[in-house]
Design a protein around this ligand. Structure first.
Ligand code: M6R
Length: 604
């Protein structure tokens, strides 16, 4: 899970590479390095975040080079293990994202041939293999070297003897060309070069590209040049900036009135009273659909669980939700089922594997993702974009709400196709959806009240989140958000489950967040609150503005504006996000880059 960048053009490569690495550090941040060629290859590496590396860099003038930000998989965090990795003669520099599975055997063979290794990384075997094959043409050497490699990779390589040329290749790890004027880029993620260009060419698995400042060429595994389509990214560069917020996470929470609007844009028509998706999705969402299987990881998995409640409620068709890491090995593949993968990045290794398994079993596949051209969009039969813009904070926020919007639209679409929803009801939902940005703004204005509660729970041993129905996945997501960025232990439970074990953990220092909505189980959750309080902990309820009953039961109440019951999940989500953010901030945690985590988990 590393970030990689290559640059060739007219600017000082050092500056471009450092700038790009700062935008990529959400991919990994235990060490970083750059290699720049100005007649001679010069390499700088440092442990820690990019500013540490910046301090190490002396004068270097070259206009092409590579850069890397690392999240260790093989070999400890050290300068030697940071990338770029170099050939024995120190003329070839390579950066890599992925895992080389047969690296031990390759390393033994190369050492027997006299290669000296200076790191414990799996990556270093690739550069020595290239060195071994090098006869004056970098791409030829890379083609030959890659034949011997098993595993996943995106690599970017430069050689001192071939000025201005950068070669990249990918298999199961993302790599995208940024096309500029008199300059070109090659990176694992678009934000790396978005400041300079929004014209991109996505590489597919098995492809290799050769870029110079004036040309981009892509070849397939058989070395045949392929013509690739250039695409325009409509993300604003400023979206990848903090815009005055102290953290990307906070900015992204505050982005939500706009991102929800963006996700609805072009899909929902109040005038025609219809829900529309791109054409290729039409054939996947038909009226004969009789079951859905959702696969996802982490926050996207919780969005999937929420989607299950929404789709089942509105359409009556059964929805099964699996963690991708389980589905890929144990999932039941039902050919009649539509498999929906939910993945912000479109690059999560387990979700891609689950998707491929589903395809191999002849299931129809649909992806909900934020990244156009990501691997998932190219594997699946169809995709729906979240349209939330780049999300930089490691904690998923605005993309979670966009995922739920898309799943909600899917539920409405199927409900209409199956005649389960009349046009009046659909119209009501459409109006409610359009109201969401305003309601989210109201929640954001209540941030100070949420901060007071954060102050109360910030020193807790553990925090429980409980809810029923659609509020159960929200409890899971609320707990994940809190634990991942504040390091306070937190668990989410279906409220009815507490007495089956978790009660044993309750002490006075275990605040319980109870998510309540005025639905059929309202009395039940009130009873659960009573059971909790009888054991000592304080209860913080999250409740509707119109709920006058709740103050009699909870110690504190966080309110959200009244809306259609199904749509309250959006307001509740934002409350949970702000609560986690404030707790983490009060505890002084590195919010955008929590320890041991990376934004995209591109390895199994
Ligand atoms: O890119 P994906 O949606 O596939 O990522 C899945 C998870 O890694 C991700 O949702 C993770 O749990 C969040 N960053 C947590 O906030």
């Amino acid at each position: 899970m590393c970030g990689i960048i290559g640059y060739t053009g007219f600017r000082e490569a050092k500056n471009v590479l450092i700038e790009s690495l700062k935008r990529l550090d959400y991919r990994g941040y235990d060490s970083a390095g750059i290699g720049v060629i100005d007649n001679q290859l010069q390499v700088f590496k440092e442990v820690g975040e990019i500013p540490n590396l910046e301090k190490e860099i002396t004068v270097v003038k070259g206009t092409f080079g590579v850069g890397h930000t690392r999240w260790a998989t093989h070999g400890k965090v050290s300068k030697e293990n940071a990338h770029p990795q170099l050939s024995c003669n120190k003329k070839i520099a390579l950066v890599h994202n992925g895992i080389i599975e047969n690296f031990k055997k390759l390393r033994d063979d190369l050492e027997k041939k006299g290669h000296n290794f200076s790191s414990q990384t799996d990556t270093e075997v690739i550069v020595h293999l290239i060195d071994e094959e090098y006869k004056g043409n970098l791409e030829e050497a890379i083609f030959s070297a890659l034949k011997k490699i098993q595993g996943s990779y995106a690599i970017v390589v430069v050689c001192e003897d071939e000025p201005g040329k950068i070669v990249g290749a990918r298999k199961e790890s993302p790599l995208v060309i940024g096309v500029g004027d008199n300059e070109n880029f090659l990176a694992s993620d678009i934000p790396a070069f978005l400041k300079y260009t929004n014209r991109v060419i996505y590489l597919d698995d098995g492809e290799l590209c050769v870029i110079t400042k004036n040309s981009t060429k892509v070849f397939d595994v058989n070395k045949i040049e392929v013509s690739k389509k250039e695409e325009l990214i409509d993300w604003d560069f400023k979206d990848a900036e903090k815009s005055g917020f102290p953290h990307f996470m906070l900015k992204e929470i505050y982005d939500q009135p706009d991102t929800i609007h963006q996700t609805l844009r072009g899909r929902v028509s109040g005038i025609e009273q219809s829900i529309d998706f791109p054409e290729n999705v039409g054939k996947l969402l038909d009226r004969n659909l009789d079951s859905i299987n959702i696969v996802a990881c982490g926050t996207s998995f919780y969005a999937g669980l929420l989607g299950k409640y929404l789709i089942e409620k509105l359409t009556d068709i059964p929805v099964f939700v699996d963690l991708s890491s389980e589905y890929r090995y144990f999932g039941t593949r039902n050919k009649a089922s539509l498999v929906i993968a939910v993945t912000q990045s479109g690059e999560t290794a387990d979700t891609l594997a689950a998707l491929k398994e589903a395809k191999n079993s002849d299931c129809r596949t649909l992806v909900i993702t934020n990244v156009i051209g990501s691997t998932a969009t190219r594997v699946a039969d169809g995709y729906i974009l979240m349209q939330s813009g780049p999300e930089i904070g490691v904690a998923a926020t605005k993309t979670f709400t966009s995922q739920i919007i898309v799943l909600f639209l899917i539920a409405l679409k199927i409900a209409v196709l199956k005649n389960k929803l009349g046009s009046d009801e659909l119209y009501k939902y459409i109006l409610n959806l359009k109201e969401l940005p305003r309601q989210i703004r109201e929640i954001l204005e209540r941030s100070d009240g949420i901060k007071n509660i954060a102050n109360y729970i910030k020193d807790a041993n553990s925090v429980f989140f409980i809810g029923r129905g659609i509020n159960y996945p929200l409890s899971l997501e609320g707990a994940l958000k809190l634990k991942e960025i504040s390091y306070v232990h937190a668990e989410g439970f279906a409220a009815g489950e507490l007495k089956h074990g978790p009660f044993a953990l309750l002490t006075e220092n275990t605040p319980v967040i109870a998510i309540t909505t005025k639905d059929a189980t309202y009395d039940k959750i009130i009873a659960n609150i009573g059971e909790v309080k009888a054991r000592g902990p304080k209860v913080i309820a999250i409740a509707d503005d119109n709920d006058t009953e709740i103050d009699k039961h909870a110690d504190f109440v966080l309110r959200f504006p009244s809306n259609s019951r199904l749509l309250s999940c959006f307001s509740i989500t934002v409350i949970l996000q702000l609560l986690a953010y404030h707790v983490a901030n009060l505890r002084g945690c590195p919010i955008d880059k929590p320890r041991n985590l990376a934004k995209s988990v591109t390895v199994e």
